[in-house]
Design a protein around this ligand. Structure first.
Ligand SMILES: [Zn+2]
Length: 297
């Protein structure tokens, strides 16, 4: 079986509605930002909403028409092209995470971006759906020319051998995978800190809580938030409620509230990894919380 037919086969597992979708979104002074699908997760409700009392959650879920126990959040990468660089924010899940993820190579092929065109991959954090796609089904680099950049604290956290023992059983495979991949990148992996200009026009914004070194990125008036705002049901309406996906729920809530306040106050566009595809919108204040308004402008 050659590489192409293998990739076509694995892509066949995902639902047709979430495969290979790319969305040309935002253009600002020679910088073009697209969002590109890596498929979707399939996770139980409890994984997203954590310890939130069911009675509190029920009216919000009802407003969003959620009745089932399993949810399918989209996984949407951000692609930035400025004529010189082709930058992916996060790299997707690769072939070994879930059967409904890992479609990014096919998505990029749909918009004529070849794997070797990608010059940089900038990670928000080290969870599998954001990192494991460094290698393809043949354990070769999915993007053979790319340099990789990750927050210093995030790298140090996943490379620390003690991290494995501090995680619950469900997340322990996350640590094994992250350490193996980050270790293997060697010289190809660069690091940055909060407030650094990661690449020209791209500023790192520390947003810890989902993971200890989670980073968002400001590109002019566009904020790429990764998983700092990881769902569209509760995160906007009740940003300070604990999210089941945040490793430190308290810190994640503080970060989320601050980030939403900044984006609403500054009128920024936002791009969220797990928001409904294409994952782009704006934040408006709504009573004591916020509202997500999908769309570019
Ligand atoms: Zn994620």
């Amino acid at each position: 079986m050659d590489r192409r037919s293998f990739l076509a086969r694995t892509a066949g597992f995902c639902a047709a509605s979430t495969c290979f979708r790319a969305h040309a979104a935002i253009e600002r002074g020679g910088v073009r930002i697209d969002t590109v699908s890596d498929g979707h997760l399939t996770v139980p409700r409890s994984f997203l909403f954590g310890d939130t009392p069911p009675d509190d959650l029920a009216p919000i879920l009802a407003r969003h028409g959620i009745t089932g126990e399993m949810l399918e959040p989209d996984c949407t990468l951000t692609l930035l092209r400025d004529g010189e660089r082709t930058v992916l924010f996060d790299i997707g899940a690769g072939p070994n995470f879930m059967p409904t993820t890992g479609t990014i190579l096919d998505t990029l092929a749909e918009i004529d971006v070849a794997p070797e065109d990608v010059t940089h991959v900038v990670f928000t954090h080290g969870h599998p759906d954001h990192l494991w796609g460094v290698y393809d089904a043949f354990d070769d680099f999915a993007f053979p020319e790319a340099q990789y950049l990750i927050g210093r604290a995030e790298r140090d956290y996943w490379l620390d051998p003690k991290t494995l023992d501090r995680l619950d059983a469900m997340r322990q495979p996350f640590a094994v995978g992250a350490k193996r991949i980050l270790d293997s990148l060697g010289e190809r992996l660069g690091v940055f800190g909060d407030g650094d200009e990661v690449l020209p026009g791209i500023e790192a914004v520390g947003t810890p809580g989902h993971t200890p070194g989670h980073m968002s990125f400001a590109v002019g008036d566009v904020m790429i938030v990764g998983d700092a705002v990881a769902n569209h049901h509760v995160a906007f309406e009740q940003p300070t409620w604990p999210s089941g996906t945040d490793q430190d729920a308290g810190e994640g809530a503080t970060t989320r509230a601050g980030l939403l306040d900044r984006m609403a106050g500054d009128g920024m566009a936002m791009v969220g990894f797990h928001l409904p595809f294409p994952g782009i919108g704006r934040v408006e204040r709504d009573g004591t919380g916020y509202r997500f308004v999908a769309g570019e402008e």
